[in-house]
Design a protein around this ligand. Structure first.
Ligand code: ATP
Length: 189
């Protein structure tokens, strides 16, 4: 049996991907990510229900209206979204504990579902340090950096409301990974 879905959130650049990559490497068969729905066409080699659930715009809009998404967005003319059904598929069919890496809006949305998830917030030691990490990652333009840092304050404020089961401050990576695993394995997965 798979465990309850685990929701990890925190400002962009806090280190979520870094921790998840390590966890997946150490436990390759225990956890899974949900497959996203998209209206874009498959690229060569991409398979339906493996890379994405490829759906029509009409179907996607119906899913929005039926409140089937945890989060959805439109990028360069295509829709992308994570459905509640896709998360359930990971535990019910694949028998893996689903991990969701989502933002504050996504967390609020999961809370309205029957997914019965566990919530972890990963916090940077400070906004200054967060800026440094995003700059160090080399992925941001000045505009996207400013946008991410701006969104970080709202995420940090939300974490103060007690919405999460656990808050971990990612200062020293080894210490953080240990605490991260303690939270993950504090329940059967
Ligand atoms: N404890 C740490 N100390 C110093 N640097 C770290 C630490 N944890 C992660 N980093 C570095 O910070 C940068 C951002 O980390 P990462 O990409 O994992 O963030 P993220 O939360 O997944 O961001 P996004 O939400 O944008 O995907 C990376 O370059 C990573 O190597």
């Amino acid at each position: 049996m798979a465990g309850r879905p685990i929701v990890i959130s925190g400002p962009s650049g806090t280190g979520k991907s870094t921790l998840l990559k390590r966890l997946m490497t150490e436990y390759p068969n225990t956890f899974g990510f949900s497959i996203s729905n998209t209206t874009r066409s498959p690229r060569p080699g991409e398979k339906d229900a493996i890379d994405y659930y490829f759906v029509t715009v009409e179907k996607f809009k119906n899913m929005i209206n039926n409140k089937e998404f945890i989060e959805w967005a439109q990028f360069s003319g295509n829709y992308y979204g994570t459905s509640i059904a896709a998360v359930k598929h990971v535990s019910e069919s694949l028998k893996r504990t689903c991990i969701l890496d989502i933002d504050m809006q996504g967390v609020k949305s999961v809370k309205k579902t029957d997914l019965n998830a566990r919530y972890l917030f990963l916090s940077p030691p400070s906004i200054e340090e967060l800026k440094k990490r995003l700059e160090g990652r080399g992925t941001e333009t000045p505009e996207s950096l400013a946008k991410r840092v701006g969104a970080a304050s709202a995420e940090m404020e939300y974490a103060k409301t007690g919405a999460h089961d656990k808050i971990i401050i990612n200062d020293d990576l080894e210490k953080t990974y240990k605490e991260f695993k303690e939270f993950i394995f504090s329940e059967p997965v």
